[in-house]
Write a protein that binds this ligand. Structure first.
Ligand code: NAD
Length: 216
């Protein structure tokens, strides 16, 4: 995946897709350069952090010029494997899963939900967005090309489905269920929980109030 990830701090690596999306939009609009300040305002990351992040990529902005959009995009494309497509499977086509299928991830991105699975016979066979829903019993028949799965099943099903995904050779799971799933060390799990994110936002608002005259 990220070939030179070992040289980039994890916090920086996590911001790469955000940078990539914004710079790609600038590129589409025909802009050839951007300042750390413009970037900062658009993606809400402070400009000192952006400058530090970009210095890891060998991109040193010039005063009064900013950064070369094309150079950065080239770097991000390589680092994020943007030229390679990562097919994704979604498991659990309920409220959350349906919303993800209807949302077009591929616009600025190389990840695409290629297939979906559910246990509900009424959903099996339907197409949502442009993704076909298969029966969960057929999971193992389809997974050979898939390395990433999004988990949006009920919490009670999470570990069972995870075990099947692992046995079928999955490498990464984006877990939206509240379950703390157990996987072998070689498999990466990222857990997304809106309640935790909201709590953290409220905590930061209270303890780290922002003023609007900080840097530059
Ligand atoms: N991370 C977050 O911020 C967040 C927010 C809301 C919900 N959730 C969690 O996401 C999950 C999905 O929530 P939802 O509101 O979409 O639920 P939902 O009940 O609408 O959808 C669950 C879907 O999973 C399917 N399903 C059930 N058992 C299955 C199995 N064994 N294999 C495949 N599919 C199966 C159901 O048929 C249904 O379509 C829940 O675990 C919920 O707690 C997380």
């Amino acid at each position: 995946m990220m070939s030179n990830q070992h040289k980039i701090p994890q916090a920086t690596a996590k911001r790469l897709p955000l940078y990539y999306r914004f710079l790609n939009n600038l590129h589409i609009q025909g802009k050839s350069r951007v300042s750390s300040r413009e970037l900062s305002e658009a993606i809400k990351v402070d400009s000192a952090t952006i400058r530090r992040d970009f210095s890891y990529f060998g991109a040193l902005g010039k005063k009064g010029y900013g950064y070369n959009v094309e150079y950065l995009l080239g770097f991000f494309r390589k680092t994020l494997d943007q030229d390679e497509n990562t097919p994704v499977a979604l498991i659990g086509v309920g409220n959350l899963g349906t919303a993800f299928l209807n949302y077009n991830f591929t616009k600025n991105n190389n990840t695409k939900i290629e297939m979906a699975f559910d246990a509900d016979k009424q959903k099996v066979g339907s197409t949502i967005g442009d993704v076909q829903v298969h029966h969960i019993d057929e999971l193992e028949d389809y997974l050979d090309k898939i390395s990433v799965a999004i988990l949006t099943v009920p919490v009670s099903e999470a570990q069972n489905i995870t075990d099947r995904l692992v046995d079928a050779g999955i490498s990464g799971i984006l877990n939206f269920t509240p379950a703390r799933i157990t996987v072998p060390d070689s498999i990466r799990v990222h857990h997304i929980d809106l309640a935790v994110e909201l709590q953290s936002l409220v905590y930061f608002m209270k303890h780290y109030p922002l003023n609007d005259d900080n840097d530059e």
